[in-house]
Design a protein around this ligand. Structure first.
Ligand code: GDG
Length: 485
């Protein structure tokens, strides 16, 4: 997670406002946000990740943010280390080196991540990894206990912590607990590939509210509950399990669009943006921004760009594709393989189409500052967002927010990103079809300014509506008040 994002959250209100808000918050219910990784207020540096961006709006003064410190030690800590910064309390634990590998690289990113992104071929399951996952979820629950007040609302985030609510219930916690899954959920036929499928769905059913990015994820979860727990969900997505009613809700995530638009406007005049601009000259920019992850469809995207140059030679020398693919999870084998694969394909395309004064594809694997990214989006004629599967994809929303409304670019968006449910005025493509993606890029490059403006206006209205703060309000609203559902 990037401190850049967190700083934005922490400093949003300024110190005076933060103190007033803390006082107000103490009189009301406190929200506890729990995520795998919690950045310390002092942490610096820019790494990529959607969850950190989204949570920046939930972590308001008065909130307690609980999770892993990022430190790997000899033993997993029994007690959390607590620091307070600008009204936000940060409580973190360290994780034992051995657990980290099994819980994080093993079960979370070696089994759950590929399965939930429909990549069963990449799934690696073994029992010690799963046992370690359970143990780390238990350690999180145990370390949270001393900090917990009876009226706290507990909001757990993402696939690394799917069994934590069950551990809290075992420890006697009766607070309302919510869980939000940032990545897709899978139908029963796929979930059952995972040996502890039933245990996972049962553990999630220890929550009062379980939230999803899209209606199809919510439905897939309810289908799994019905198939594996033999419950009967009603038409509102409620079912009774063990001793409680569980509500499956749809609360799609968004961005702080206004703030991002402002960042993009300012970024236009920065040195980074100028350097990019000068390096492009009059050429159109096709831009991709992703974590280096096989769910993002990068090899297929490179192929599609190659198809564009092959099938539409009029764009040769007039277009540049820049792919920012910030390295992530480099200890997991499938991520190392992906990197080698991209190096090869980038070399192939540039080898085939480059000229002595033009290299079509620029590909970099280190993270770029958030402000620079905002400026790059604004300069890009095409925002290329083509994951093979994605919970939401915030890059699609950031790209729309960053555009100049009088001369906006075109979003080419995979139908398999959660964002495609909402952003229907984008050019929607099947990322597995390189020719279709190439045609969409071509259409975007030749699209009239009127059509670009009208598509963009419709998309911007949506991005401005389903913001990060709306997402937080919606989820916490459900968590506070079951009658809302
Ligand atoms: C998960 C789900 C869901 C990217 N490169 C750099 C950089 N980024 C930023 C982007 C964006 C974020 O990282 C990526 O967010 P996404 O939503 O696209 O993807 P995931 O990280 O996979 O997030 C996803 C999300 O959670 C939220 O629920 O939408 O479906 O997979 O904000 O701008 N930021 C910086 N440098 C980079 O090089 N600073």
């Amino acid at each position: 997670m990037s401190q850049i994002f967190v700083d934005e959250a922490l400093t949003r209100n300024g110190k005076g406002n933060a103190l007033k808000a803390t006082a107000r918050a103490e009189a009301t219910t406190r929200t506890i946000i729990i995520s795998n990784r919690v950045p310390s207020p002092a942490e610096k540096g820019a790494t990529a990740g959607g969850l950190a961006v989204a949570l920046a709006d939930a972590v308001t003064p008065g909130t307690l943010w609980f999770g892993w410190s990022g430190k790997r030690t000899e033993h997993t800590s029994a007690e959390a280390q607590v620091t307070v910064s600008d009204g936000v309390t940060y409580a973190t634990i360290d994780i034992a080196e051995q657990d980290y590998h099994k819980f994080y690289n093993g079960f979370s990113n070696g089994a759950l991540w590929p399965l939930f992104h429909f990549r069963t071929g990449l799934l690696r399951f073994n029992r010690p990894d799963y046992e370690s996952y359970r143990a780390v979820n238990r350690a999180f629950a145990q370390a949270l206990m001393p900090l917990l007040k009876p009226t706290d609302l507990i909001w757990i985030h993402d696939y690394q912590l799917m069994t934590m609510a069950a551990e809290l219930r075992d420890l006697g916690v009766t607070n309302r607990i919510g869980f939000f899954l940032h990545i897709p959920f899978v139908p029963p036929g796929l979930l059952q590939v995972l040996p502890p499928a039933t245990e996972i769905v049962a553990a999630l059913s220890a929550c009062d509210v379980v939230g999803f990015q899209t209606e199809s994820d919510r439905k897939a979860f309810l289908d799994c509950a019905e198939a594996l727990l033999e419950v009967k969900p009603d038409r509102h997505g409620r079912y009774y399990y063990d001793t409680r009613t569980v509500h499956a809700v749809l609360t799609p995530i968004g961005i702080n669009a206004e703030k991002f638009a402002q960042l993009a406007r300012r970024a236009e005049v920065t040195a980074d943006a100028r350097r990019l601009h000068e390096s492009l000259g009059d050429r159109a920019l096709v831009l991709g921004v992703d974590r280096l992850d096989y769910s993002k469809g990068l090899p297929q995207r490179f192929d599609a760009f190659g198809r564009l140059l092959y099938a539409f030679p009029q764009h040769r020398r007039h277009v540049n594709f820049l792919q920012i693919a910030a390295r992530s999870r480099q200890e997991v084998g499938s991520y190392q393989t992906l990197r080698r694969e991209l190096d090869r394909r980038a070399g192939d395309i540039n080898g085939e189409f480059s000229d002595f004064d033009w290299v079509p594809l620029r590909y970099m694997t280190h993270a770029v500052r958030r402000s620079a990214i905002a400026g790059f989006y604004r300069r890009a004629r095409i925002g290329l967002v083509t994951p093979l599967r994605d919970g939401m994809n915030l890059v699609a929303k950031e790209y729309i927010a960053a555009q100049d409304e009088t001369d906006p670019g075109v979003l080419v968006l995979s139908r398999f990103a959660g964002a495609a449910d909402e952003l229907t005025e984008a050019l929607i493509v099947n990322p597995f079809d390189a020719d279709e993606v190439a045609e969409a890029i071509h259409l975007g490059l030749i699209m009239s300014p009127e059509e670009r403006r009208s598509r963009h206006a419709a998309l911007l209205a949506k991005v401005n509506f389903t913001t990060a703060s709306r997402y937080c309000e919606q989820f916490l609203g459900y968590l506070k008040d079951p009658e809302k559902i």
